[in-house]
Write a protein of this length. Sequence first.
Length: 307
Amino acid sequence: MHTDSLDKQTKTRLNKLQKRLRREVGQAIEAFNMIEEGDKVMVCLSGGKDSYTMLDILLNLQKSAPIRFELVAVNLDQKQPGFPEEVLPAYLDSLGVPYHIVERDTYSIVKEVVPEGKTTCGLCSRLRRGTLYGFADEIGANKIALGHHRDDILETFFLNMFYGGKLKSMPPKLVSDDGKNMVIRPLAYAREKDISAYAELRQFPIIPCNLCGSQENLQRQVIKEMLQGWDKSHPGRIETMFRALCNVVPSHLADNELFDFKGLQLGFPHGIVPGSQTAPGPLGEDEDTGANGSGVQVMEKIDILSV
Ligand code: SF4
């Protein structure tokens, strides 16, 4: 999009948003060592606001980064009816970024396997992930960038806690189950409302995900509304909760696998580091509720919810 046509106020807003997103993406990349010299990063582009923003900001950072890395945009055409095939190639050509469009009819598989009326997103996402991971190997990409942002991470955290009885979310960086792919989430620190505003101002040619007719996961929708409600009634709570995800104290939770409660000894309130005689971290007081008094209690541990 040409920014020349924007009025002064809109340009200022766009610049401000871009600066903030650049800063947050840069901080996440650094904090988790997401991108290193010589990396080939496959940027997964769905046609939604998040992935367009991720590609845009990564391209922007690439220009001024002190290290050299490659970016390759990849879209998976899942053969949904009505998918506008020409939109992404036209956009990517205009940017001059290397890209691939991978065609795989996961739509037919999903329709065949999932009973009528059930949500298809779970299987659809798994098939998409599998195809994209395989493609990363084919093109020699050692990193796969996904466009999940801070709000996705928090929603997933609450989904897993409320419906799965597990403290677990989407990590900013992870190795895939087969150990072959490194997945990164450069938007991990970015807010969804900034991304939405940025995508609108940049007029990215958005392709809706639900062309297939499936409804968004209802449970996720409920969590999203809960978080948005909190954001309105208690400004700052979202930020605090995300900070909490980055500031976990295993000795003050109740997971025996994460912290050796059984082996706890006097003089070492934070436990013994396996293989050493030293206690990790400073001594802590019991039941620290933090600055705003919000403590977390894990009451039960049941099955994992896969999201
Ligand atoms: S809305 Fe449709 S295309 Fe998008 S994840 Fe769900 S099933 Fe897949």
